[in-house]
Ligand binder design. Structure first.
Ligand code: ATP
Ligand code: MG
Ligand code: MG
Length: 551
């Protein structure tokens, strides 16, 4: 068979372009047996990105030849998420659209002596392959195979009792040239072709033929397919069809997580996570729900590049791109995760004012939003210490580390004024509330280093709106998740999700809708979760801030 190497890419490309009217055509071929993950984002970056760069087009092709594993839910999801990623397929196809052509090719193969009906079991095939022994049915007459293949098609042979095998080169060093299976019997309905067929073509048989039928100029795939290049071209060669150019690139892997759909499926169906879009997964649906934008995912792909070297990308690189993207786009808002009451004792009980906080504090032109200021406000629990740790032990050269409140200390209540703390109320060891005197800011005044985020009461005496915050950590404790058996499940991080109830929102945050993204000042980047109802706001932490003030 012909194998094209990178050295003659240019000539071959010129030849292909004649056939496609000068247009580069690629395809992104997911199997609809699960949700897409960040590895697929790399594949899309390559398939759609390459076509886009050269003014070509990319087809979204559902590679749906395993009816048991494939579902309409997955097809719908893939259509949706490809669109979310910002890619526009020139058309959407299914391998199933070509089942008739594929069957005609199979008949042609049998007629020309390039395929035969086999009766070996899967076990026998494996065993014979290892010993490089041909099947006893390999040399049966074409007429016999034709008849049997027709019986297979008409449901006259039981599942497992016959396959159609390509008659390749069983002596070849490459295992993938050893008479691969082209068709198997499955009495299962298919999401697209429904009950029309009871024989289904294999991946190896289908992929190259549909590439040829769709005039794909560049068939880009991951490196595990490199050894299948020989069989890809063998089949196109014996059928004398148009031959796309195949090129392989490395799969993307990310530390502390898993990407294989088999593993993802297990995590989802056995309840280790809450669905395919659980924000701890690196599925695209999970990332979207977590608050990640497609731009960040594409930026990661761009940085990783299209290499042939195996890539296991450290998780912090993904976080870096998520943070960098959100930092420039997310509006800021005040909120408190673990509230502690701060009573501004010099203000009257009924005090009720608003101050203007900035949507983009760094920008002097920034829009503002109102934040209620009342006698009782709420600060982060970790922003108060009964004894200022910076005061003891005192020593030369000791740097100030605690910028929160402590008795005798003055802090800025962001956008509002200054608070000087003068004590607290306790129940045994538990701090119930902190007391301080409030002073409005005066222009030009020298400010203390500690700047607190806070939430006030819109109606004096009434608690501000609550929300639930979901804080995420690595899904797996180990960076390279175990490969063998079910060992990988042992690596799951039991602390991957922390739910914080009773966080408090400013009115602007309380009015947010599912999908809205914010930087909660000092707390990180957050995104409103679709679990939110009119009674209860739920917010996911997408990632922490670089300056990690509050854990
Ligand atoms: P999985 O093991 O997750 O099921 P797959 O390769 O079987 O992966 P497909 O839906 O068949 O998944 O993949 C569609 C396309 O995406 C293929 O071209 C495949 O090579 C590519 N792809 C899948 N996983 C990755 C990955 N981790 N990195 C880069 N490309 C990937
Ligand atoms: Mg696949
Ligand atoms: Mg797969």
């Amino acid at each position: 068979g012909k194998v094209w190497h990178l050295s003659n890419t240019r000539e071959k490309l010129a030849e292909h372009l004649k056939e496609t009217g000068g247009k580069v055509i690629t395809r992104f071929p997911p199997e609809p047996n699960g949700y897409l993950h960040i590895g697929h984002a790399k594949a899309m970056f390559v398939d759609f990105g390459y076509a886009e760069n050269v003014g070509g087009e990319c087809i979204l092709r559902f590679d749906d030849t395993n009816p048991e594993a494939e579902k309409q839910e997955y097809i719908d999801h893939i259509n949706d998420i490809v669109h979310w990623m910002g890619y526009k397929p020139s058309k959407v196809t299914h391998s199933a659209y070509y089942f008739k052509e594929l069957h005609e090719f199979a008949v042609e193969l049998i007629e020309s002596g390039h395929a035969y009906v086999d009766h070996q079991t899967a076990g026998e095939i494996k065993h014979y392959r290892e010993e490089r022994r041909p099947s006893p049915w390999r040399d049966r007459p074409s007429a016999e195979s034709l008849k049997l293949f027709d019986d297979m098609k008409h449901g006259l042979i039981d599942e497992g009792k016959a396959t159609l095998r390509m008659r390749m080169d069983h002596k070849n060093e490459n295992f993938n040239m050893f008479d691969l299976i082209a068709y198997r019997i499955k009495f299962v309905e298919h999401p697209i072709s429904k009950a029309e067929w009871c024989i289904y073509p294999s991946y190896d048989y289908t992929h190259c033929l549909v590439d040829a039928l769709e005039n794909i100029t560049h068939s880009l795939c991951t490196l595990e397919f490199e050894s299948r290049r020989a069989s890809y071209y063998w089949l196109l060669h014996v059928l004398d069809t148009y031959k796309p150019l195949v090129w392989e690139y490395a799969r993307l892997n990310i530390t502390h997580n898993v990407l294989s759909k088999r593993k993802l499926n297990k995590l989802v169906t056995q309840g280790f996570v809450h669905g395919w879009d659980d924000p701890r997964l690196l599925t695209l649906a999970g990332l979207r729900r977590r608050g990640v934008r497609p731009e960040a995912i594409k930026n990661l792909c761009r940085e990783v590049g299209i290499t042939r070297a195996d890539t296991e990308i450290p998780l912090h690189k993904l976080d870096h791109h998520i943070r960098a993207d959100l930092d420039s786009t997310s509006e800021r808002v005040l909120a408190v995760l673990r509230p502690l009451k701060l009573v501004l004792t010099n203000l009257p009980e009924e005090y009720s004012q608003t101050v203007e906080a900035k949507v983009f504090p760094g920008n002097p032109e920034s829009a503002t939003y109102p934040v209620p200021l009342s006698r009782v406000v709420y600060i982060e629990e970790t922003d108060f210490q009964e004894t200022d740790p910076d005061l003891q032990p005192k020593g030369p050269g000791k740097k100030e580390k605690f910028f929160g409140m402590a008795p005798g200390k003055e802090c800025v209540l962001k956008y509002a004024g200054l608070v000087k703390c003068h004590g607290c109320k306790k129940d045994r060891d538990r701090i119930l509330e902190v007391h301080g005197d409030f002073k409005p800011l005066v222009a030009g005044q020298k400010l203390p280093k500690g700047v607190l985020s806070w939430v006030g009461q819109a109606v004096p005496g009434r608690e501000p709106p609550r929300f639930e915050a979901r804080l995420y950590d690595k899904l797996f404790k180990t960076s390279s998740v175990a490969e063998t058996g079910d060992d990988w499940l042992e690596d799951l991080n039991p602390q991957s999700l922390t739910t914080v109830e009773g966080a408090l929102a400013t009115p602007r945050l309380a009015a947010a809708k599912a999908g809205d993204k914010f930087q909660l000042e000092r707390l990180g980047f957050f995104c409103v979760d679709p679990d939110s109802t009119s009674d209860k706001l739920v917010i996911n932490r997408t990632c922490t801030l670089k300056a990690d003030f509050i854990k």
